[in-house]
Design a protein around this ligand. Structure first.
Ligand code: CA
Ligand code: CA
Length: 303
């Protein structure tokens, strides 16, 4: 049996349900995949669609928490929502952290001035079966927005460590990490290990360099920690994406990452001007197709 949501763009999500249908490509135009080269989401939804008791932290460029297909699935710090501005109403050490926290700018507004975190959040938990846009792997879930990457996608390890600690201390058991590339950091590895001791899974993108991570070390996906799940990217024919990193010892699982359609910020900040030259293409608002192991990791986090 299959449970197919009514969201109008659901048929673009080959990664969730692939019938060999056409779907939009990153470079424009349409592609076709192979039937059942997907994660069998409709089969799973026959059993379970409600993950509303689960908090998943998206540690990234932030999340466009007002997006109409994300807002109802955001983690909400109720004490801060009804509390006073510039005040740490729940006494967790952070002021005004309603949806999460921005450790780059050190404020309570983890909105997305890139596109990356919002796209990842949609794959995990865009509101399912609400008739608009897409469906995440989880129809209903709590997405905690933690920002440490700037508008161009760069960030500091120390800020990432703060994100991880915040996530675990505030109830997230699943941490979705679509970033990497820095050198080995003992303090970051220790932080991930401590998160594991506290019961948190750390889902990490394996990287997009097309190399074997057993030899070309990639972090944080490649740290030898029991609670890390390192994710490579597959395409709509169930093959590894040519540009995806891999590794028999250092990578754990493959998930859809190529030509993934998901939520996109609904507003334009000045940062988008730079982004369009960075990505070499123009973007529409609300929903877009992009690809990478960054898009594969959220499929695993949602599952
Ligand atoms: Ca607080
Ligand atoms: Ca939807």
């Amino acid at each position: 049996a299959l449970s197919i949501p009514i969201d109008i763009h659901f048929n673009k999500l080959w990664g969730l349900h692939n019938t060999g249908q056409d779907y939009p490509l990153v470079e424009g135009g349409i592609g076709y995949g192979t039937s059942d080269a997907d994660i069998d989401a409709p089969e799973a939804w026959e059993i379970h669609t409600d993950a509303s008791s689960i908090t998943i932290a998206v540690i990234d460029t932030g999340v466009n928490y007002g997006h109409p297909d994300l807002a109802a699935n955001m983690w909400i710090n109720q004490a801060e929502l009804i509390g006073d501005p510039n005040s740490d109403d729940d006494e967790n050490g952070y002021k005004d952290d309603i949806y999460g926290y921005d450790f780059l700018n050190e404020d309570g507004d983890p909105n997305d001035d890139n596109l990356h975190g919002t796209h990842c959040a949609g794959t995990i938990g865009a509101v399912g079966n609400n008739g608009i846009g897409i469906s995440g792997v989880c129809w209903s879930v709590k997405i905690m927005a933690l920002k440490f990457l700037d508008a161009s996608g760069s960030g500091y390890t120390n800020d990432a460590i703060e994100c991880i600690n915040y996530a675990v201390d505030n109830g997230a058991k699943i941490l979705s990490n679509s970033w990497g590339g820095g050198g080995y950091s003992q303090s970051l590895k220790n932080t991930i290990e401590v998160a594991g001791i506290k019961g948190a899974l750390f889902i990490a993108a394996a990287g997009n360099d097309g190399v074997n991570n057993d030899w070309e070390h990639h972090y944080p996906s490649g740290y030898d920690c029991d609670n890390i799940i390192s994710v490579l990217s597959t395409n709509s024919d169930d093959d590894k994406s040519s540009w995806s990193n891999y590794g028999a010892n250092s990578v754990d699982i493959g998930a859809p990452g190529e030509d993934i359609f998901s939520t996109f910020p609904t507003y334009r900040t000045p940062a988008f001007i730079d982004l369009e030259s960075l990505y070499g293409r123009t973007f529409s608002t609300s929903y877009e197709t992009i690809g990478g192991t960054s898009m594969a990791a959220p499929h695993v986090a949602g599952a």
